[in-house]
Write a protein that binds this ligand. Structure first.
Ligand code: GDP
Ligand code: MN
Length: 396
């Protein structure tokens, strides 16, 4: 589950990490009240308005703007609130901005130069450890830095059973070229950031930029956070933070009925039981020249009701031109699944795309007979490859 910047910053603040402070609003009428609160808390009179959407690169798309007084603030805020923000990470239509964060401008002039860094904490899947990834090239697109100047990105693996060691936090501050007060501030920042990541069961905490202010403070200006869905049961307070407007509606609906569905770009809908078989099926579709339109694991009980729900979800995607059903009847009997498919087809009445069905396992022969004897555009296949080939055939 992905979070908005303001939610990520809230977790940071709760763990003592210094952040660029702000207030969130979804209604421009509340701007005076909220801004007053912010000014009281921070003493600022310069602001930055930031669109809250689940996509990065907001600055580039005009979703982050500065304001030096109340009039400018109101103007900028009403521009951004309600806009369709297009960034390098959104679709061409952009994303509707229904919330803005009004924050203190923290790039104020002072004794020292401001500096921007990149810091993220994530899982290193190769080593099974947590990892701090950091760079002096803050505020830039990190993928570009990785491509053009990979030597400017540093990595520090952290053994999760030991946690972050103080020498590791010092190494980060040193490699970022800091000294004196800023060095100490960075050590504290990294240590508390790691704590935030672990305690919230996150899979990603990306802070870009981390700012060294002109008075040598280190703070989080942005926050991109992904929480681990499998750990959400122990973070009930975060559950209410889910912003369904930012998520794929079909994926949301699937989750609500207990189906494991991931939307993809292709044109072959897949209905499979078991995540492993689902992935193998997607591979095979690709190898046979097609593109899967989705990942869908229907789980153990593939009865008529569930099959129908799955078909309805798959067919919500207008790109789907054919469906491949690949089910292994271990606990569930193949003939019941076949009957389920026929019943679902009957019930829905308006399925216009061909369906290739491969059922293997208990009562597979009876299942094949049921499929072969129905009058719909439903065709049986016995072998895995045969199923993929048939899909290609009906598509061409
Ligand atoms: P992103 O574009 O979605 O990554 O949004 P960020 O929150 O990272 O903001 C984009 C850029 O705006 C940052 O890299 C900063 O350079 C700039 N920015 C953010 N907050 C402030 C601020 O308070 N003052 C100034 N002058 N610039 C800011
Ligand atoms: Mn950013």
């Amino acid at each position: 589950m992905n979070l908005h910047e303001y939610q990520g910053k809230k977790i940071l603040e709760e763990h003592g990490v210094r952040i660029q402070r702000g207030v969130v609003l979804d209604n421009i009428d509340e701007i005076d009240k909220f801004t007053e609160e912010l000014v009281e808390k921070t003493g600022t009179s310069w602001f930055v308005v930031k669109a809250q959407i689940h996509a990065g690169g907001r600055g580039k798309g005009g979703g982050v703007k500065l304001a030096k007084n109340m009039d400018e603030l109101k103007e900028v805020a009403s521009d951004i609130l309600g806009m369709h923000l297009i960034t390098p990470q959104t679709s061409k239509q952009g994303k509707f901005v229904s919330k803005i964060l009004i924050a203190e401008d923290v790039y104020y002039p002072g004794e020292f130069d401001t500096e921007e860094f990149y810091v993220s904490i994530l899982l290193n899947r190769k080593t099974g450890n947590n990892m701090i990834m950091y760079s002096t090239e803050g505020g830039m697109d990190i993928e570009t830095v990785a491509e053009n100047t990979p030597e400017l990105i540093f990595y520090e693996d952290i053994d999760p059973s030991l946690g972050i060691q103080s020498f590791q936090a010092r190494k980060v501050a040193f490699n970022l070229g800091l000294s004196g007060e800023a060095f100490k501030e960075m050590v504290k920042f990294i240590t508390l950031l790691y704590k935030s990541y672990v305690t919230s069961d996150s899979s990603l905490f990306e802070i870009n930029p981390v700012l060294k202010t002109s008075d040598n403070k280190i703070m989080a200006v942005d926050a991109k956070v992904s929480l681990d869905d499998n750990a959400l049961f122990r973070h009930k307070d975060y559950l209410s933070w889910r912003d369904l407007k930012e998520e794929n509606p079909v994926e949301t609906e699937a989750r609500e009925v207990g189906l494991n569905y991931v939307d993809l770009e292709g044109n072959v809908g897949c209905m499979v039981n078991g995540a492993g078989l689902a992935m193998a099926t997607m591979d095979l579709i690709k190898q046979s020249g097609g593109e899967p339109a989705n990942f869908l694991d229907v789980g153990g009980t593939a009865d008529a009701k569930r099959v129908e729900t799955a078909f309805r979800l798959i067919l919500r995607d207008p790109n789907v031109k054919a469906i491949l059903v690949n089910i292994f009847g271990g606990i569930v009997r193949c003939d019941r699944v076949a009957q389920g498919i026929v019943d679902a087809y009957n019930n829905m009445g308006d399925i216009s795309v061909p369906i290739i069905v491969r059922l293997q396992g208990t009562n597979a022969e009876i299942a094949k007979e049921i499929i072969d004897n129905c009058d719909f555009k439903v065709y049986s296949a016995t072998e895995f490859q045969e199923a993929a080939d048939k899909i290609q055939e009906v598509l061409t």
